[in-house]
Design a protein around this ligand. Structure first.
Ligand code: NAD
Length: 355
């Protein structure tokens, strides 16, 4: 099968397969669409089981970035990259420098940031080779890591979803179950705790959940039980494809609002969620805080300005999605795709499509 026939190809503009013999780097850079601007998106390092799994992941993620930036009203296109390998075992500085040179060879059409398996220190090493790196602090005291902004955006979006589903914007005493107490999940838990929510949390690392129990009085739940808790809100902040048929049958929450990318195992499950009156806040709309902040960082603009953009954009786009989904009796993920696509594709007219 050629890449052009790949199930996730979706008219990608550019897919680069990168190999560096000296360092053993195997990577893929995918640029989905640059109609609104140069592509920006994270670089993830994962021990994929196969090259096809890596290709599928990078294609789905880079497409998601096009939709995310468009939904967030940013003048950016969508792209993403993956390095194949275990970040704890295989990552070396020379490998990251080689990756930086591949990014540089695209002359800015793709701008790289951090993602799973990558940190600010890795971005700094890539930046030795290319100016097209964002999302890391260049000097002490400068902001870089987008996770705080992502958590803030999810917090705003979660409140918007709660207001729509439960007709109250007050999340005091609401029960929220968060999967994943990592960079985003922990910060989201802090914001929710400060707003008075009751937290149930899970993580595969005990020190992460212990910290949430200590600091926020969170109830710790075993990872395999997080989705069947008696809560108002489920917040997936760990992995993609977590909302599948098995989880669907367990869910008791009325709202799904979390940071993880590609939360739905397949698109049609959005209809099943709707049938169960579970309001799904589409992932790329609610988790856009990080890319908004990174964009403002590249323009040298303060966090307060990025926060204003998030406050305005995430809530209003979600409200538009929820309203149109309700009036057209369609799932929120389908409507989000229509809203985002109509912002980056001048030839796309969703109303005519529906007809
Ligand atoms: P992270 O790696 O810091 O945190 C993920 C956490 O999930 C880790 O603590 C990990 O131990 C935990 N985890 C893994 N498998 C689990 C399981 N089965 N059950 C419970 N916990 C599990 O990542 P992050 O930066 O916090 O991002 C979280 C999610 O949000 C990811 O899907 C990421 O792609 C997405 N996202 C992050 C950002 C950002 O700015 N960091 C932006 C947009 C989207």
């Amino acid at each position: 099968m050629s890449v052009f026939e790949h199930r996730s190809y979706d008219d990608h503009e550019h897919v680069a397969f990168c190999h560096d013999r000296e360092t053993g780097l195997n990577a893929i850079i995918a640029i989905h669409n640059t109609c609104l601007g140069n592509a920006m998106g994270g670089c993830r390092m994962v021990n994929y089981r196969s090259a096809d799994e890596a290709l599928n992941d990078v294609l789905r993620l880079s497409r998601g970035m096009t939709y995310k930036s468009a939904a967030a009203n940013l003048p950016l296109g969508g792209g993403k990259s993956v390095i194949l390998g275990d970040p704890r075992e295989h990552k070396t500085k020379d490998m990251l420098r080689a990756m930086g040179r591949f990014v540089d060879s695209l002359n800015g059409r793709y701008v790289v940031a951090e993602d799973s398996g990558m940190g600010e220190a890795d971005m700094r090493v890539m930046a030795e080779q290319t100016p097209h790196v964002v999302g890391y602090a260049k000097h002490d005291g400068e902001r870089g890591d987008p996770a705080p902004a992502t958590a803030y955006g999810v917090f705003l979006g979660l409140r918007t979803a709660v207001a729509h589903r439960y007709k109250t914007s007050d999340i005091r005493d609401m029960r929220v179950a968060i999967q994943g107490m990592g960079n985003v999940g922990y910060r989201l838990a802090k914001l929710l705790h400060e707003a008075g929510a009751q937290l149930l949390v899970s993580d595969i690392f005990r020190d992460n959940t212990d910290r949430a129990r200590r600091e926020f009085g969170a109830t710790v739940v075993p990872p395999e039980q997080i989705f069947n808790q008696d809560v108002e809100v489920i917040s997936p902040c760990a992995l993609g494809a977590v909302i599948d048929d098995r989880v669907l049958n367990q869910l008791r929450a009325g709202v799904i609002a979390g940071s993880a990318n590609n939360q739905l195992a397949y698109d049609d499950i959005g209809n099943a969620l709707k049938a169960k009156s579970i309001l799904y806040a589409p992932d790329y709309v609610i988790n856009a805080g990080g890319i908004i902040d990174v964009y403002y960082q590249t323009r040298g603009l303060p966090y307060a300005q990025a926060q204003r953009h998030m406050t305005k954009c995430i809530s209003s786009t979600l409200t538009e999605v929820f309203r149109r989904a309700a009036s057209s009796d369609q799932s929120t993920n389908v409507i989000a795709d229509q809203v985002a696509r109509s912002r980056f594709d001048p030839d796309y007219h969703p109303i005519n499509d529906a007809a």
